[in-house]
Design a protein around this ligand. Structure first.
Ligand code: NAG
Ligand code: NAG
Ligand code: NAG
Ligand code: NAG
Length: 282
């Protein structure tokens, strides 16, 4: 079995689902909050969040708490917002006329949640994002809480979010923001957006978890095959009267098995490449 085929197999197994990930922070892993159902890397599998994670996004809205009539919201995904005012280590921040800034949600490794997760009352095509641990806030009912943000990204094929060039803030495109509301009892902002990246890019029946476990199954089959091969070979050689190191199966079996494995790997990779090309052409 050649080095290339091992590499190809690994690439195939590991690369299968990760195409749309931001890919910068694989360390997010185990520590990610239980709300996040995509803990491995920052991203939303099967959705195109590349523009979203490439920039800092801003929009203005007239539902400001504590902050006069109009305020500016800033948000960033898979990266903390650049520090400004009171906003340190934040993912979502609000600035207005009365207060310099307020942190609505703390930075977190992977805020994305699939829309089918328990939580939202209705199912829709798209994905969600949740940010918690914002600044302390006293609601109008005098209950103290920490601000948080819940975002809904609804599929709308016509609403692209072109990201500004690097280092420049991008403005949420007109029509993309459909609602901003603040729930005083939960201390939670809800932003509702339309976004073409929230339309499924891959069939929903093949989420990453499944393709990963398919890879795991492949490896298990491979290891099992190897184990059976050695057991059979050793017993065959033992039956032929070999002893010691001669027990380890040699020649014929060694030449046959790698050929079979390489053929299998080549088949799998052709299969994966075909899928990836199908995606790229969309
Ligand atoms: C708030 O924004 C609206 C629309 O952009 C504008 O008409 C209004 O004058 C603004 N109000 C203040 C107090 O800035
Ligand atoms: C930023 O917030 C995250 C999430 O709570 C936390 O894990 C991390 O340590 C914080 N980083 C800094 C520099 O405060
Ligand atoms: C909330 O109210 C308490 C008691 O009235 C006060 O001590 C605290 O500073 C207030 N917090 C904020 C963030 O306004
Ligand atoms: C991402 O941005 C590019 C241009 O910067 C744009 O052509 C594309 O449609 C955007 N994709 C999404 C999903 O918004």
């Amino acid at each position: 079995m050649s080095v290339e085929s091992v590499f190809c197999l690994l690439l195939c197994v590991c690369g299968g689902g990760g195409i749309l990930y931001h890919g910068a922070d694989p360390s997010g892993g185990e520590g990610a909050s239980e709300l996040s159902a995509f803990p491995r890397l920052c991203g939303a599998p099967n959705y195109d969040v590349r523009n979203l994670t490439a920039s800092v996004w801003t929009f203005r809205w007239h539902a400001c708490i504590n902050m006069g009539v109009n305020c500016t919201f800033k948000m960033a995904f898979c990266q903390p917002l650049p520090e400004f005012g009171n906003c340190e280590n934040a993912s979502v921040c609000m600035t207005g006329t009365n207060v310099i800034s307020m942190k609505l949600g703390e930075y977190q490794d992977n805020p994305f949640i699939p829309s089918s997760s328990p939580g939202p009352s209705i199912l829709f095509i798209g994905f969600l994002a949740q940010f918690v641990n914002g600044d302390a806030y006293n609601t109008t009912t005098a209950h103290a809480c920490e601000l948080s943000v819940f975002m809904e990204f609804h599929c709308d094929l016509n609403l692209h979010w072109p990201a500004a060039r690097e280092g420049v803030e991008s403005v949420v495109p007109p029509g993309a923001l459909t609602d901003v509301s603040f729930d005083d009892t939960k201390c939670e902002y809800t932003f509702k957006f339309r976004f073409s990246g929230a339309c499924l890019t891959v069939t929903p029946s093949s989420p990453v978890a499944e393709s990963l476990s398919a890879g795991t199954i492949l490896i298990i089959i491979f290891v099992t095959t190897l184990a059976i091969y050695f057991m059979l070979g050793i017993s065959l050689n033992a039956a032929r009267g070999h002893r010691g190191t001669e027990l380890i199966p040699q020649s014929e079996l060694w030449t046959q098995l790698p050929a079979t494995v390489v053929e299998g790997v080549a088949y799998t990779c052709r299969c994966c490449t075909a899928k990836k090309e199908a995606y790229d052409s969309i």
